[in-house]
Every structure is written in structure tokens, then in C-alpha cells.
Design a binder for this molecule. Structure first.
Ligand code: CA
Length: 423
């Protein structure tokens, strides 16, 4: 089910694109993530590109594809996807005969304008972060933090795709109804408890026909790859509206993605065992497979940073709020999400996005949202310049970064997603 290691993962492989060989680079030749770009300042259509070092490699200009339609490319079979990766890797490798021709298909990333990596038809957000679910649950229901279904069924809801934008998104603070616990009636106004959620976005590649579930053993064949996802959340709107049908206007005003989809193939060296703590129920048989147990989980380090307007004006870099790892945070694997989503016959389509839910670690400094970091807004955090935050203020820029590091493999990055809230 999960991709085997092959020549494209060879840690000795280097690229003729020199910047791809620099230590710490997010986009070495072992990564090769996909995105959509055009030359900045133009009105050209967006084209399919692959990040290599500090460059974007134009797939159509190089003659590797004959389309600008990322969703069409994503719908390819796992075998065709792997063949394209092998061709890219061979051609971009040091000593390749393609250097002269392919170097004409490069554009520096600083001169590229990125957009969301594909047309996102449907967006489903899950709730796989068990530490997040427990901490949030405690705030709402101290006696029963986790609902009885949590360890049996991957919890999710259908989100909204139209307001998903690419990194760099600037959005207005949402307004809506809120009601303080001690107030007799709700009031209307700007959200006072605006938060972020640190998530991964899993992109569906090949879909399934309506009525035909995807078995867990084949689930990863239907996954194209992963982006960073900031699922902005207005906690005060959420608290008032979420029962009985779940989040609505508290979540659909903005969601922000990193521009690059890191493929499941690129993640092959960074897989981890999927294990349940002793005493926890094992997944029902339809959500269980040897491959999922052996390597269903992903080993990705995620960081959250904040830059206030004051910091930006003073030329200060974003300050790190938290750092954690996905292996420990997620209670369900990506394959389980795909299988569960389709088990009733629901059809997934190329470009659909499945959010992981907020990925918080077990320790306080690994929290994936402010509501956790500040204990529901009760305990402000202090930034290096002395400013304090419980929730986001106007002018705040939130940055998320992700990367994979392991002995014997070349580090790959997911890039970053940033977004700014304004009044
Ligand atoms: Ca979420």
C-alpha cells in the first residue's frame, strides 16, 4: 500500500539545480512537490510546476505533460504517478543529459505567483488529533472530554472549499453571532476569539465511483499527497453554533494552504508504525490492514510561528509558538480517512481535500491552536518582544512550517503557509 523506497529516494542523489543540494533546503531532488504557478505580475493561466531548490520547474515547457490541469494529472494511477516521479528525478539529477533543455523550463520561485495547487471540489475536515480533541473536550465537558465514538469512528464534517486560498492569504476578521455563557441573548460583532488550527491537508488523486468503497489496502493509491493547512477558527462563533450539526460559519470564512503538494511517494522514507496505546480499542476490520499497522503513520515535524504587526514594523522575524510531530498527534491514518469516507459508497474525486484536524502533541508546547496554548484564553502567552496574546489580533501573521528528517534520508520540507488577519 505505502510506496516502497526506490532510486528517487537515494540520499546520494544530487541535482544540477545547485540550490536543491544546499543543506536544509525544503525542496531537494528527493522531494519534487507539485504546485500551480505563473510568472508574477502576469495574467497568464496557471501551469503545473515542481519545486526544485529555489526554482519552479515547468512541466509542460519541459514536455513532460501536455496539460495545465493539475486535477487531470492527479487522477493518474499510482503507477503513472511513480513513472512521472522517476522521469523527473532522472532528468533533474546531476549528470543528466536533460540539463541543457530542462534548464529553460525553470523559473525562480521568487518570480512565481502561486495559487491553490488544484481545483478543490470538496473539502472534508477530520478530527484525528486525539490530544487536541481531549484538551478541547475538557474545556467544554470536563467530565467526558472524549465522546464515546472517538476511538471507534474517524470524526469529520463536510467543510467549504470556496474559501480555501494559498499561502499569503489576507482575510478580514469574521463577524457573527456569539453568546457569552452568562448572557441571556446572543450578540453580533467581530469574533473576539480568532484562532488557527495546525493541520495537514491530504489530497485525493484517483477517485472512486459512487457506490464503490475504497478498501484500506488500496487507500493510499488514491492519495496524491499532502499540504500544510491552516483551518482558521472563530472559537466564539463556534461555541454558540456548533450544536447540533457541527461547525459552520466559525470555519468557512478562510482556510489557507501551502502552495506545494508533497507526494505520498516523496514521503516514503518518513513513514511510521500505526499503533494504538495499550487498552485502546483496535480499529474495526474495515479500517485495519497489515500495511496500515506497519507504516500507515507519517513522521512530519510541524512548527507554528507568529509575527505581530509590531514585530513586522520592527523587522523582527516570526516567533515560534510550538513544534510537534504528526506521528504522535494523529489517532487515525490518512488511509483510514479515505476508507472511512468511502465505506458508505461516497465518491471522492481528484483534488478533494481531507483535513487531518488539529495536530497537537501530548505536551503543552506542542499544541496546534491558541485555545489549547492559552487554556481557553485564560492564560496569555508572552512573545519575545513582550506582547501578549490569547487569541489573534488584527495585523497578526500566522506561519506554519513542516519538514521530515530521518537518519539515512535527505530532509524534505513541506514549505510554509502564512496568512494574515486584518480588521
Ligand atoms: Ca479543523
Amino acid at each position: 500500500m505505502t510506496t516502497a523506497l526506490n532510486a528517487t529516494h537515494d540520499p546520494k542523489l544530487r541535482s544540477w539545480v545547485a540550490s536543491a543540494n544546499e543543506p536544509g533546503c525544503d525542496f531537494p531532488i528527493q522531494n519534487l512537490p507539485f504546485g500551480r504557478f505563473r510568472a508574477a505580475g502576469t495574467e497568464e493561466g496557471y501551469r503545473i510546476g515542481v519545486a526544485i531548490g529555489d526554482q519552479v520547474f515547468d512541466l509542460r515547457a519541459a514536455g513532460l505533460v501536455d496539460t495545465d490541469d493539475m486535477n487531470a494529472l492527479m487522477s493518474a494511477s499510482a503507477k503513472d504517478r511513480q513513472a512521472l516521479r522517476a522521469a523527473l528525478s532522472a532528468g533533474l539529477a546531476e549528470g543528466s543529459g536533460k540539463e541543457a533543455a530542462w534548464s529553460k523550463a525553470l523559473l525562480p520561485q521568487v518570480k512565481a505567483e502561486m495559487t491553490v495547487p488544484c481545483r478543490i471540489g470538496d473539502y472534508t475536515d477530520f478530527y484525528t488529533g486525539i490530544h487536541h480533541a481531549t484538551t478541547i473536550g475538557k474545556l467544554f465537558r470536563p467530565d467526558q472530554p472524549l465522546m464515546p465514538n472517538y476511538k471507534w469512528v474517524p470524526i469529520g464534517y463536510h467543510g467549504r472549499a470556496s474559501s480555501i486560498c494559498v499561502s499569503g492569504q489576507v482575510f478580514k476578521r469574521p463577524q457573527g453571532q456569539t453568546k457569552a455563557p452568562d448572557a441571556a441573548e446572543p450578540s453580533f460583532g467581530p469574533s473576539k476569539r480568532l484562532d488557527y488550527e495546525l493541520e495537514l491537508g491530504f489530497f485525493v488523486g484517483r477517485g472512486n465511483a459512487l457506490g464503490e468503497p475504497i478498501a484500506i489496502g488500496e487507500a493510499e493509491d488514491h492519495l496524491f499527497g499532502v499540504t500544510l493547512l491552516n483551518d482558521w477558527s472563530a472559537r466564539d462563533l463556534q461555541a454558540w453554533e456548533y450544536q447540533p450539526l457541527g461547525p459552520f460559519l466559525s470555519k468557512n470564512f478562510a482556510s489557507t494552504l501551502s502552495p506545494w503538494i508533497v507526494t505520498m511517494e516523496a514521503l516514503a522514507p518518513f513513514r511510521a508504525k500505526f499503533e494504538r496505546p495499550a487498552g485502546d480499542p483496535q480499529p474495526l476490520p474495515y479500517l485495519d490492514a497489515p500495511s496500515n499497522r506497519e507504516s500507515g503513520a507519517l513522521d512530519i515535524t510541524l512548527e507554528v510561528l507568529l509575527q505581530t504587526a509590531k514585530m513586522r514594523a520592527a523587522g523582527e522575524a516570526p516567533a515560534r509558538l510550538t513544534r510537534g510531530n504528526t506521528t504522535e498527534a494523529a489517532y487515525w491514518t490518512a488511509a483510514q480517512l479515505v476508507t472511512h469516507h468511502t465505506v458508505n459508497g461516497c465518491n471522492l474525486q481528484p483534488g478533494d481535500m481531507l483535513g487531518s484536524g488539529t495536530l497537537s502533541g501530548s505536551k503543552p508546547d506542542e499544541a496546534g491552536s491558541l485555545i489549547e496554548l492559552t487554556l481557553g484564553g485564560k492564560q496569555a502567552i508572552t512573545l519575545p518582544n513582550g506582547e501578549k496574546r490569547t487569541f489573534l489580533e488584527d495585523g497578526d501573521t500566522l506561519v506554519m512550517r513542516g519538514y521530515c528528517e530521518r537518519a539515512g534520508a535527505v530532509r524534505i520540507g513541506l514549505g510554509e503557509v502564512s496568512g494574515t488577519v486584518v480588521a
